[in-house]
Design a protein around this ligand. Structure first.
Ligand code: 6PG
Length: 244
């Protein structure tokens, strides 16, 4: 059963999410000695990341025991305006003291297939051959129902063996995009998954995601069904479908 938390504004969503994330971090560090957090890209998470970089969380979260991963990355250099790493670094990572060796960036600047294989090796080194059980995986929701860089109709949705894949997505008139993305087996291995959904533009797709029209033709976001983890939608009022 999905857990849904609706907040009045994007700001209150970020404030409450930061509090909850700090609690999850403390619990994971107490139980396992570290908090393994996979970050989402796009624009929605920025408010949460900026909130977490504020002074109150510098003490509340033991950043030295936080290990950072990414759900996906655009195939651009890390200083490119489109880079998910750049967004996370500007809003959070460059402002808290996480040991650099604990920040695992997807290398968008190299050959995508090579970058995917390299990142899979990073995950194997971090999690062993077990599943990549992130303590918390943050995801966004695209207006077409994509999440991470798993787009509707993509062959990447059927990958079962690999945890990371290179993705090409072309939806004219938009240009072809090349990405690196975690696959569904990796996403569904997380101990807890949060969809951060904000803005009126997401209300229609959120309704579709929460009210599947069929059990078979599932959107990528609907295929995020953690094997044993918790799935939570953190939504602002503007994105909350009318009449739900
Ligand atoms: C990306 C993200 C992508 C994003 C959604 C929502 O690299 O863009 O991984 O899945 O989360 O497209 O993006 P917004 O938060 O910008 O609406």
């Amino acid at each position: 059963m999905n857990k849904i938390q609706v907040y009045p504004t994007p700001q209150t969503l970020a404030e409450e999410a930061a509090e909850e994330l700090a609690g999850l971090a403390a619990k994971a560090i107490a139980q396992r000695g570290k908090f393994r957090l996979a970050l989402a890209g796009g624009s929605t998470p920025r408010l949460l990341y900026e909130r977490l970089a504020q002074a109150s969380y510098l003490e509340q979260i033991d950043w030295a025991k936080v290990e950072i991963f990414f759900g996906d990355e655009r195939c651009v250099p890390p200083d490119h305006p489109d880079s998910n790493f750049r967004m996370a670094n500007e809003s959070l990572l460059g402002r808290v003291s996480i040991p650099p060796e604990q920040i695992h960036r997807m290398r968008g600047e190299i050959d995508p297939a090579l970058a995917a294989r390299a990142y899979e090796a990073v995950l194997k080194a971090a999690f062993g051959s077990a599943q990549p059980a992130f303590d918390l995986l943050l995801l966004g929701l695209g207006e077409d129902g994509h999440t991470a860089s798993l787009f509707p109709g993509s062959t990447a949705l059927s990958h079962q063996k690999h945890w990371v894949t290179a993705v090409e997505h072309h939806r004219p008139p938009s240009p072809l995009v090349t990405r690196i993305s975690l696959t569904l087996p990796a996403l569904n291995a997380a101990r807890e998954v949060w969809f951060l959904v904000s803005g009126a533009g997401k209300a229609n797709i959120l309704r579709r995601v929460l009210e599947p029209e069929s059990e078979t033709d599932l959107l990528p976001a609907q295929q995020v069904q953690p094997a044993s983890g918790e799935l939570v939608f953190l939504v602002d009022q503007a994105a909350w479908p009318e009449g739900r």
